[in-house]
Design a protein. Structure first.
Length: 351
């Protein structure tokens, strides 16, 4: 079968690989549609970071070249021994993050912090292939009302929902810095949950336009205006109740802090390339809480993501195009890495 295999920085090849076979508790899936994100393009342009080429990953045991793809929707075509909760022909979304179910974090329901956590597409072969194997426990059936294009985005949408949960974001003023990729999903998820006070901040006008289409009430072009000053103006001089730094770019964490009201909360969601600067004194004197978020909790965030995607136009508003697997590098990974992609890129693994 064909698969997009990561061999190293700047080296992703679409090549023939053996069909996978499911181990006990797992299912073999025929991939219907995949998607790519900044994590994939980051590994292509700057990696390996999460991917281990020099030895086995401690969670998955896989080392060396790996099939990319952690965002995909698929059909169950084979059940491994003991696989439960699914049937042949089921259309499912895979949560991609695999947890052991036994460590202290798993027992507390924080499966994304599992001591043995690993991710399909980075630490074991993923879904940018004609077929993939996944534990049945992280596959969620897709509602009939959710088409393949929308379902392929359920995993990153679940990441956005988990971030909102970690931020404690309700219906009060919410500022989102960086509304490309996950940031756009944060805006969409907040609006879908009923928030009418979302402030979208970015340096790219096309991303702000997408945020507006997703329901953001206010748009701030940080390339030409002072986002802190405008957030305070929008919120009557006091600042946002919650600010999410979904960019992780130099300076954005301090912008988030200064845009947040006394006693408010800042969520660090975007992955910084280097340690960010933080005005800790200001955070202390104003009791601004700083919290973080990573991945999602498959059992709760993924089903909600599917429900919200099925009942909305979110997917249609964020997709830029669908490309064939053979064109993954020039029309997918490279535009994402260069910052020229204008929306979500889906992948037809049979194209």
């Amino acid at each position: 079968m064909r698969a997009a295999v990561y061999h190293g920085r700047g080296d992703v090849r679409v090549e023939q690989v053996p069909e996978p076979r499911p181990e006990p508790g797992a299912v073999r899936l025929r991939v219907l549609r995949g998607a790519i994100c900044g994590s994939d393009s980051g590994e292509y342009a700057h990696g390996p970071k999460m991917i281990k080429l020099d030895g086995p990953h401690p969670g998955s045991g896989h080392g060396g070249p790996v099939v990319l793809g952690h965002e995909f929707v698929a059909e169950v075509v084979e059940l491994g021994e003991g696989a439960e909760g699914l049937a042949l022909g089921d259309r499912v979304v895979c949560g991609a993050g695999v947890s052991c179910g036994e460590c202290a974090w798993c027992r507390a329901g924080r499966t994304n912090l599992c001591a043995h956590y690993y991710t399909l597409g980075f630490h074991r072969d993923g879904g940018l292939a004609e077929q993939v194997v996944s534990p049945a426990s992280i596959c969620v059936p897709v509602p009939d009302a959710c088409d393949d294009a929308a379902a392929a985005m359920a995993q990153p949408f679940a990441v956005a929902l988990h971030g909102l949960n970690r931020a404690g974001a309700g219906e009060g003023s919410l500022a989102v810095i960086g509304v490309g990729g996950i940031g756009a999903f944060v805006v969409a998820a907040a609006v879908a949950r009923g928030n009418r006070e979302v402030i979208a901040i970015d340096v790219a006008p096309h991303r702000l336009q997408t945020a507006a289409a997703l329901g953001a009430a206010h748009l701030i072009d940080a390339g030409s205006d002072d986002p802190v000053e405008l957030v305070r103006e929008i919120t009557g001089g006091i600042g946002a109740a919650v600010t999410i730094d979904a960019a992780g770019a130099p300076g954005t964490l301090n912008q988030a802090l200064h845009a947040t009201r006394r006693g408010g909360r800042v969520l660090m969601l975007g992955m910084p390339a280097r340690a960010p600067e933080l005005d800790a004194l200001d955070a202390i004197l104003r009791e601004v809480e700083l919290t973080t978020s990573v991945a999602h909790v498959c059992g709760t965030d993924l089903p909600e993501a599917l429900d919200l995607l099925a009942g909305s136009e979110i997917a249609a508003r964020v997709v830029e195009r669908t490309i064939g697997l053979q064109r993954l590098v020039p029309e997918g990974l490279e535009p994402l890495a260069e910052g020229t992609a204008r929306g979500k890129i889906l992948v037809d693994v049979n194209g």
